[in-house]
Design a protein around this ligand. Structure first.
Ligand SMILES: *Cc1c(COP(=O)(O)O)cnc(C)c1O
Length: 392
């Protein structure tokens, strides 16, 4: 499927074809660890990479291949690699660039495990990271060192929905010869395609919007063909965080409706955000779709819509935040995001409980901050649920 087709058509068709052997319309789940060769010469050619084909699922699998082709098409990238989880994808993608003596410049506002990987795991391999506490590309530029081999960021950020300038950071990397990598989980390629804006590599937790139904873990890396092939033949092969064929099939099926789910979730989110913004018990709403959000104009430029993630600060601080979470009836008290179901988390008592209070507040995670992942239910019901939860 050529990538000039519209996004919706690619979401349904890219990477998949009618099975030439059986006519099966849906991509089969190749639940096989091993693939037999006809003879020793063929197996030698497969091992040597002279003949394309499959040997062992950690090296490649046809169901994973279909997903990888689809992801490359959706992100407008040259090639893609599936991984077992978002964190397997992120660690693999970073290790594709970083070795002993190297330096990373990263945004301070990052998914917690990605921050820990850069902050705690890379030093064990002799590399280190400078975390930039601002959103300004000039501060990223000032943090560059002669040994900087990667600029890493995400936007919109978790859980305060800051918006970073994808085009400006991509341009900074290109002008200084440093690859740039973005975690595109929150927006998904339905809303933002960073490779088209000049970023080198996109990583995903496919567990979230790509899968969309909260039933499979997965990760993805999309980028230049030579880099992806190096990851496939070296880094991922040796670290071993490969996706299961069954999960690849679930995520393929999820992506068939990505272009339908995402606009529905964004439309719900807009209504929920404007309800919250007018509620007397709500101090502040972090949603890039609201005009007074500091990243609104930038988000309007680089995103197709404003996403379905938001957070808000409840009056009443820590206890207020807990009350809202406990009183919800439709929103599930659950981690993760990007599900068809709406989810709610009070950050200070759950996801950020291990972060010291001052550090947590510096990240914008105030005591009363509540994060919402808006699903595909009816907006009126979601608003009614929040309204009764806020009546404490
Ligand atoms: C969930 C998430 C991850 C980690 O993905 P897993 O699939 O849980 O390993 C990374 N980045 C972001 C932005 C996420 O939301």
């Amino acid at each position: 499927m050529n990538s000039e087709k519209q996004f919706a058509t690619l979401a349904v068709h890219a990477g998949e074809q009618i099975d030439p052997l059986t006519g099966a319309l849906d991509t089969p789940i190749y639940q096989s660890t091993t693939f037999a060769a006809a003879d020793s010469a063929e197996m030698a050619a497969l091992y040597g990479g002279e003949k394309p084909g499959y040997m062992y699922t950690r090296y490649g699998n046809p169901t994973l291949h279909a997903l990888e082709e689809k992801l490359a098409a959706l992100e407008a990238g040259e090639a893609a690699l599936a991984a077992a989880t978002g964190m397997a994808a992120i660690s693999t993608a970073i290790l594709g660039y970083i070795g002993s003596g190297d330096h990373v410049v990263a945004s301070r506002s990052l998914y917690g495990a990605a921050y820990n990987f850069l902050n705690k795991k890379l030093p064990r391999m002799g590399a280190c990271t400078t975390f930039v506490p601002s959103l300004d590309p000039a501060d990223f530029e000032r943090a560059l060192q002669p040994n900087t081999r990667l600029i890493y960021f995400e936007t919109p950020t978790n859980p305060v929905l800051d918006v970073l300038d994808i085009g400006a950071l991509g341009e900074l990397g290109r002008s200084r010869g440093v690859p740039t990598m973005i975690d595109n989980t929150f927006a998904s390629p339905a809303l933002q395609q960073p490779l088209k804006l000049g970023v080198t590599v996109v990583v995903h937790s496919a567990t979230k919007y790509l899968c969309g139904h909260g039933d499979a873990m997965g990760g993805a890396i999309i980028g230049p063909a030579d880099y992806i092939s190096e990851l496939r033949q070296d880094v991922l092969r040796d670290f071993g965080g490969v996706m299961s064929p069954f999960n690849a099939w679930l995520i393929l099926r999820g992506i068939h409706t990505l272009h339908l789910r995402m606009p529905a979730q964004c439309a719900n989110a807009r209504q929920v955000a404007s309800f919250l913004a007018g509620h007397p018990k709500v101090e502040r709403v972090n949603y890039p779709g609201l005009e007074r959000h500091p990243g609104h104009a930038l988000a309007a430029r680089q995103m197709k819509d404003f996403g379905a993630m938001m957070s808000f600060e409840v009056k009443g601080g820590y206890e207020g935040g807990r009350q809202v979470m406990d009183r919800c009836r439709i929103f599930a008290r659950a981690a993760s995001l990007g599900d068809t179901r709406s989810l709610i988390v009070h950050s200070a008592s759950t996801s950020h409980r291990a972060v010291p209070r001052d550090e947590r507040r510096a990240m914008g995670v105030s005591d009363g901050l509540v994060r919402l992942s808006i699903g595909v239910e009816a907006a009126e019901d979601l608003i009614e649920d929040l309204d009764q939860a806020l009546a404490f």
